[in-house]
Design a protein around this ligand. Structure first.
Ligand code: T46
Length: 130
C-alpha cells in the first residue's frame, strides 16, 4: 500500500499524485472504473510488465491479489491509500459499493498484448520467471 499525502485546510481535502515521487514510476495513463453494476466482478487477469496504482477515490471495492502462491483480499476504501500492483500479479475486483470510483494510474498506454487473461497461463508465466 502507498500512503498519499493529504493537503487539507478548512475548505476540504486534496491529494496530488506526481510520477516518480508519489507513485514509483512515470505516469503514462489514468483511467477510472465507476457505475459497476451490483454483483459484478472485474479484472481476472495479470499484466506482463504494467505497473499500476489503484485508488478508491470514492466508495469501496475489494481487490484479490494473487502472486501464484498467495492470494490476498485488499479492501480499498480510503482515497489517500493506493495499492501498487507490479510484477506478475493476478487481480480480481469485487464487492464494489454503488458509489465506487476506482482510479487507476499506470506507467504505460493500453496494450492488450500485456494482458494474461487465463489463470493457467499466468501460473506458467510465474514458474518461467523463477
Ligand atoms: C486492470 C484493472 C484494475 C481501453 O480501451 N483502454 C484502457 O486503458 C483500459 C484499461 C481498458 N480499455 C477497454 C478494454 C475493454 O474493452 O475498456 C474495456 C474494459 O477493460 P477491462 O475489461 O480490461 O477492464 P477491467 O476492469 O477488467 O480491468 C481494468 C484494466 O484493464 C486492468 O489493466 O488492472 O482494471
Amino acid at each position: 500500500m502507498i500512503s498519499l499525502a493529504i493537503c487539507g485546510d478548512n475548505r476540504g481535502r486534496l491529494v496530488a499524485i506526481e510520477g516518480m515521487s508519489d507513485v514509483p514510476f512515470p505516469i503514462a495513463r489514468v483511467y477510472y472504473v465507476f457505475h459497476t453494476q451490483p454483483g459484478v466482478d472485474r479484472g481476472f487477469h495479470a499484466h506482463r510488465a504494467l505497473r499500476q496504482v489503484l485508488i478508491a477515490v470514492n466508495g469501496s471495492c475489494t481487490i484479490l491479489v494473487d502472486d501464484g502462491e498467495i492470494r490476498n483480499n485488499v479492501r480499498l476504501n480510503d482515497p489517500s491509500m493506493g495499492l501498487l500492483l507490479e510484477g506478475l500479479v493476478w487481480r480480481e475486483m469485487s464487492d464494489f459499493s454503488p458509489d465506487c470510483v476506482l482510479l487507476v494510474i499506470a506507467d504505460a498506454h493500453y496494450d492488450e498484448n500485456d494482458y494474461i487473461r487465463d489463470h493457467g497461463q499466468f501460473l506458467d508465466a510465474v514458474r518461467e520467471q523463477m
